[in-house]
Design a protein around this ligand. Structure first.
Ligand code: SAM
Length: 267
């Protein structure tokens, strides 16, 4: 049986009783970085064989692990922090277990995106998680600003300032939360406009791990393509061509259909 086990994202006491039992009772632990997992195991005086299972070797390690599961071993999968499979290895293994009808279960626990969403105080009824922002974050941020709900994403502390500056050019009024070092000694969650946050982090460069949360904004009705394109042009500074492309993406419509609709109306 495979146990997918969520582990602390900072504070080592955030390990659930079930997670502790699974780690104590299993035959071996699959982990990303053996040094990180050893720290957790030392805290709970657990001694178990560790099997390295990380992102870049996920495929290669699969065969051996599946054989052990087939033989009836109890294995626990952990990542360096938080919930495995959430921007961490594990998804392939889960898919293989489903295909091979091997039993597995997920032991819930810490997850930084949920922690940051709740800490932000922004609407939780509808939210999206978009993983790590790309190095050039503008297109992803533009899409996020039009999402009808809260957006949660991971960002590196080195790029946070630039991302906030981009957000300021796109939507200066938007409410943003930066959740940093959650559950650790220097935990903080700052909620403000992109400009004020940028000013703060320019003076005090952020350290540690960061989750960025973008509150829902005012969205034009997406069924009115003309209004959507006008908004993209005026508030986001896009050219007509870029606004048509973006509107097509946002409304899941083909670009030439949007183009015809807009130009048809103008003729
Ligand atoms: N699977 C993990 C989870 O469930 O939280 C996420 C792994 S992802 C590779 C690592 C990113 O999660 C970090 O770059 C940061 O954005 C976020 N993160 C993890 N722990 C955090 C913490 N204590 N405070 C703020 N962000 C954290």
């Amino acid at each position: 049986m495979l146990y997918i086990v969520a582990t602390p994202i900072g504070h080592l006491e955030d390990l659930t009783a079930r997670a502790l039992k699974a780690l104590q009772d299993c035959d071996a632990i699959l982990c990303e970085d053996t040094r990180r997992t050893t720290l957790l195991l030392q805290k709970y005086q657990i001694k178990k064989p560790l099997i390295s299972y990380h992102q870049f070797k996920e495929k290669q390690s699969l065969k051996k692990i599946l054989r052990r599961l087939e033989e009836g071993d109890n294995l626990a999968l952990v990542s360096d922090a938080g919930t495995p499979c959430i921007n961490d290895p594990g998804q392939l293994l889960v898919q293989e277990c489903i295909q091979a009808h091997f039993p597995f279960t997920v032991l819930p626990g810490p997850c930084s995106l949920i922690q940051a969403l709740v800490m932000s105080g922004f609407a939780t009824a509808q939210f999206q998680f978009i993983g790590f922002l790309p190095k050039k974050p503008k297109p992803a941020l533009q899409r996020a600003l039009f999402y009808p709900g809260t957006t949660v994403c991971f960002e590196s502390p080195q790029r946070l300032l630039h991302t906030l500056q981009v957000l300021d050019t796109l939507d200066p009024e938007r409410h943003i939360a930066v959740a940093r070092e959650m559950t650790k000694m220097f935990e903080e969650c700052r909620r403000d406009t992109p400009k004020n946050l940028a000013a703060h982090f320019e003076k005090t460069p952020p350290k540690g791990e960061v989750v960025l949360v973008i509150a829902e904004g005012k969205i034009p009705p997406v069924d009115d393509l003309e209004e959507l394109i006008a908004t993209l042009q005026t508030t986001h500074g896009l050219s007509l061509k870029a606004a048509i492309k973006m509107a097509a993406q946002l409304t899941h419509t083909k670009k030439n259909v949007v183009y015809k609709e807009i130009h048809g109306k103008k003729e």
